[in-house]
Design a protein around this ligand. Sequence first.
Ligand code: THU
Length: 139
Amino acid sequence: MDTAWKDKLIEAALEARKMAYAPYSHYCVGAALLTREGEIYQGGNIENASYGATNCAERTAIFKAVSEGRRQFRAIAVAGGLEGHAPGDYSYPCGICRQVLGEFAKGDLAVIVARSKEDYREYTLDELLPCGFGGGSIR
Ligand code: THU
């Protein structure tokens, strides 16, 4: 994944953070998912007064993309931090989001966790979700 795409994705994740609905935790997360075709789907976390009904930013982005017929992805960038502040630390996808990513992406999906365009870390999904349970496990 070249630097220009990473820049674009991180920028889109930071922009998506602004749309996060997080009145309970005040922790705003943005995600930007790059499809095989080169489109970017953005998502923010959407909280709920019944906390368990909250949807993470990554899943918002994935569900938006899948519901529009996209099922092949190259990378996802994630940025999170306290409302009104730039990301203080890297915000890693939670276990449920890793599992949902694993349903639609291959192990070589690039997962970028960013504090800014200049300060990020990059992993593969395989590194973040080793020995995952997938469709192949129940065949
Ligand atoms: N959150 C995400 O959006 N993505 C993650 O991978 C971890 C957590 C959100 C959920 C909740 O709205 C807030 O961060 C605090 O947990």
